[in-house]
Structure formats: C-alpha cells, structure tokens
Design a binder for this molecule. Structure first.
Ligand code: PGA
Length: 250
C-alpha cells in the first residue's frame, strides 16, 4: 500500500524566524502522523527549518531546482546545493512557475531528471486551467504533462517520486475539485503511467491532490482510493490548519 504524503507549499512566505516558529508549533501536533510530512519552504528558510525540525518527522522540501550542476544561472539553485542544505523533496513545475516564470514541460522534465539523479524526491505538479477543463481537455493534458515530465527516467526512479495533481482553477481560489473529480483525474494520470511503465510502477507512485485543500475537505479527498495525499498552500501557513490536514485520520 502507498503511504500518504502531505506537503505544505509555503510559496513566498515566512522569514527564517517565522519559519522556525511555525515548525516548532507543528511538531507536537503532527508527531503521530500516519503520512509522510513535508514542508516546502523558501530557500532562505532551509537552515532555520532544518534546525527547528531536527529529531521530528517533518521533512524539508524546496519549491524549485535548476537542472545544471553549477554555472552561470543567476538566481538559481542546483540539486547539489539543495541536498547540502538537508533538502529531501522539491516541488517541480508548479503552475505558478509555469504561469509567471516561463516553466515549460521541457524544463520541467530537465529539472525532474536532475533532481532524481541527485537523490532528491520531486513533487511533480500537473493540472489543467479552467478553460481546458471546460473544453474537455483535462485528461489529455494531464497525461501529456506527466509523460513528458517523466521522460528518460527509469521505472525505479518513477515509482519513488511524487506527483501532485493541481487543477489550476482550484489553487488559492477556495474552489476545490470535488472528491470525485480529483479521484478521477488522478486515476487518469495513474493509468497513463501504467500504460507506459507498467502496472507495478503505476501502483507504487504516490499522487497527491492540491488546490484549496484544508481541514474541512481533507477527509473526503483522502477517502478516495486514488488520492495519496495533498499539496497544501494557504492552509500550510498556520499550524492549527496544517496540523488538522496532516492528522486527517483523527
Ligand atoms: P492552495 O495552494 O492550497 O493555497 O490552493 C496549493 C498549491 O499551490 O500547491
């Protein structure tokens, strides 16, 4: 059985002092979590979060990674740099990066490959925009995004990574996909992986839902058979909310 994974995506929020405070508040509440617990934080918070989370079950994640090992890429961070800071997970291809920072399926694929090769676990984000869903393109689009992003990886590498299905229209909007919509589209992604890489890989890979997930809707989403966790934006910034999401089984 797949172990659920719930990750906070803090986006561009929290100074190091605020980050340490939030992690310290989270620790007692999430210590008995049945899922893997990750916080994906700004790079300026890596050290503070690493220190505050020491000895706890809270794992450190980043929000992006470059594909080169080093070089003239002003403002970017390499996989090795993240590793050296104690980062274990990295969000790749978040819709905000696709929308605002020119991320493409091709650069997502390069980043995923570089991350995996360095021993980081990608949280690969895919998802459709509102008009794409309305026009009936969702399935084709998420299949395409997923298969391009995974191109060139081995079966073993794929079954170890995490995918986050995030309908763009549900991110930060309060509009959550219905439990059935989220389950169905995640099923489509899993099936596409199964066709290309085989059933065993498809059954092993963990696929999260993301988009306005919160303490009020987490139970319904997590009860769906295809949904293996969540990528949580807004509700990950406050300890009581993120704790309630992580402890959804309580
Ligand atoms: P949200 O963000 O929970 O605030 O909708 C999710 C995400 O962007 O990963």
């Amino acid at each position: 059985m797949r172990k659920p994974i719930i990750a906070g995506n803090w986006k561009m929020n929290k100074t190091p002092a605020q980050a340490a405070e939030l992690v310290k508040e989270l620790i007692p509440g999430v210590k008995d979590a049945l899922c893997d617990v990750v916080v994906c934080v700004p790079a300026t918070d890596f050290a503070a979060v690493k220190e505050a989370a020491q000895g706890s079950n809270i794992h450190l994640g980043a929000q992006n990674v470059h594909f080169a090992q080093s070089g003239a890429y002003t403002g970017e961070l390499s996989p090795e740099m993240l590793k050296a800071c104690g980062v274990e997970y990295v969000i790749i291809g978040h819709s905000e990066r696709r929308q605002y920072f020119g991320e493409t399926d091709r650069t997502v694929n390069l980043r995923v490959k570089a991350a995996v090769e360095a021993g980081l676990i990608p949280i690969l984000c895919v998802g459709e925009m509102k008009e794409e869903r309305e026009r009936g393109y969702t399935d084709a689009l998420v299949e395409y995004q997923t298969l391009i992003a995974l191109n060139g990886l081995t079966d073993a590498q794929i079954q170890n990574l995490v995918i986050a299905y995030e309908p763009v229209w549900a991110i930060g909007t309060g509009l959550v996909a219905t439990d059935e919509q989220a389950n169905e589209t995640i099923g489509v992604i899993r099936k596409a992986i199964g066709h290309k890489y085989g059933q065993a890989v498809a059954e092993a890979v963990r696929i999260q839902y993301g988009g306005s997930m919160n303490p009020g809707n987490v139970k319904g989403l997590m009860a769906q058979p295809e949904i293996d966790g969540g990528l949580i934006g807004g509700a990950s910034l406050k300890a009581p909310d993120f704790t309630a999401v992580v402890m959804y089984h309580k």
